[in-house]
Design a protein around this ligand. Sequence first.
Ligand code: AMP
Ligand code: ZN
Ligand code: FE
Ligand code: FE
Length: 277
Amino acid sequence: MPDPTADLHLHTRFSDGTDSPERVVELARQVGLSAMAITDHDNTEAIAVAAPLASRYGIELIPGIEMSASADGCEVHLLGFFFDRNNAALQRHLTEQQARRVERVHEMVRRLQKVGVRIGAEEVLQLAGEGTVGRPHVARVLLNHGYIATLPEAFTRYLGPDNPGFVPGSPLSPVDVMRVIRNAGGVPVLAHPIYLRRDPLIEEFMKDGLVGLEVYHSGHTPQMVRHYEEIADRLHLLKTGGSDYHGQSKEGVPIGVVKLPYQHVEALKQWKAAHVT
Ligand code: AMP
Ligand code: ZN
Ligand code: FE
Ligand code: FE
């Protein structure tokens, strides 16, 4: 038996991934994961859909989420693990955030119109379907209309922080979002710190309740992993990791490309047992 491993960063079509929750569980089984966390953007609906199949396969499905926040004009993604999905304040926050994201699509479409890009918000929302809408859905519509040749191009020309169509993903600060996670009994973790590129913020966020750092991520080179391992060890942060699998909306990132040793899952559980009453 190989040592147990986990992938704690997975998206389904309930946010901007392209796979059903069941398909993600099926893939997790194929790559031999013992534990997995579906971490859709501002949405927990996939978890209940995935749970029966995960249970049948004996895969531990850890409650997960990736929540958007803003700090000094930077997009901050916070992962939450082991929270109570039925927590009323959490679900209220998610409902509000999903509504803000719909309004954000309308605003992005208005801004794009000013630079001569004519796409309809309704088309984006229809493509997103029942879950959380996000920039990858806008990117897909830009591709369908020939404004870009590849999906990543959307983020360098139209939707990235320095581009004309950019609108922040959330008006809330990291402290507000981490409070929602912790009040729901969850463990807050800073996602893919390389995308933030502001290491000093990590220590700031710890004052606001941050408990872990996503050291292992498909976007981190081995050198970056060593860098963030050192930071996590120095600051006594828990270490998590995952592929950030999105199906066909993020090419070249298969599920399980990051396999987190199960001891890190144990550490998350131990933290929760010691800190959440
Ligand atoms: P949103 O939550 O709507 O701001 O969208 C964030 C998502 O957009 C991320 O989870 C990625 O799936 C995708 N994304 C962000 N930046 C890029 C990029 N440079 N290239 C491709 N996809 C990206
Ligand atoms: Zn995404
Ligand atoms: Fe993210
Ligand atoms: Fe993600």
